[in-house]
Write a new protein. Structure first.
Lengths: 113, 110
């Protein structure tokens, strides 16, 4: 158990809908990272928050947004969903910025039908 | 734009032998390289890392080698054990961003 909790574990939704994925980092970790893993793809970095502020942005679509709340949990919002958004979405946390070791949650498997 | 590449999707090795997983990268600004291991239905787990100023880092049965001139790193597992069967991701860091490869699925045959 990494200490990072992601909910829900599975999500099935229709195209055009909006969903919210939730991540609770390890106790004491200030950084939260979001990654997307599509079929046969590596982990694609989406966005990083540190202590409530956005610190790095990767290949995140404009239809996607994220935030980190004062209690340090984070949410990833995906809107106007398309079939191609079906993927595993991982959250990871670390103590600081750019730590070389991050702890990953089990992921949320999103299926868009 | 895949800055970190793992060209071998899968690898099978006999128990007790050496497993060598390879990774190539294109960005010379990467300052840290990492390997993560992932079992099915679980998130990736950090395994070992190496700074760009070193060429080798060892942790028990796991050794990572970095060849900066070739922009290549490898993970050696000696001896390989059935419990090592998993998907291995290579990752590289620049600034606060991490770039991951597509993974190599290792199967250790008893």
């Amino acid at each position: 158990d990494s200490g990072v909790t992601q909910t829900p574990k599975h999500l099935i939704t229709a195209t055009g809908q909006r969903v919210t994925l939730r991540c609770s980092p390890r106790s004491g970790d200030l950084s939260v990272y979001w990654y997307q893993q599509s079929l046969d793809q590596g982990l694609q970095f989406l966005i990083q928050y540190y202590n409530g502020e956005e610190r790095a942005k990767g290949n995140i679509l404009e239809r996607f947004s994220a935030q980190q709340f004062p209690d340090l949990h984070s949410e990833l919002n995906l809107s106007s969903l398309e079939l191609g958004d079906s993927a595993l979405y991982f959250c990871a946390s670390s103590v600081g910025l750019g730590d070389t070791e991050a702890f990953f949650g089990q992921g949320t498997r999103l299926t868009v039908v | 734009d895949q800055q970190v590449k793992q060209n071998s999707p899968s690898l099978s090795v006999q128990e007790g032998r050496i497993s060598i997983l390879n990774c190539d990268y294109t960005n010379s600004m990467f300052d840290y390289f990492l390997w993560y291991k992932k079992y099915p239905a679980e998130g990736p787990t950090f395994l070992i890392s190496i700074s760009s100023i070193k060429d080798k880092n060892e942790d028990g049965r796991f050794t990572v080698f970095l060849n900066k001139s070739a922009k290549h790193l490898s993970l050696h597992i000696v001896p390989s054990q059935p419990g090592d069967s998993a998907v291995y991701f290579c990752a590289a860091r620049t600034g606060n961003q991490f770039y991951f490869g597509t993974g190599t699925s290792l199967t250790v045959i008893p």
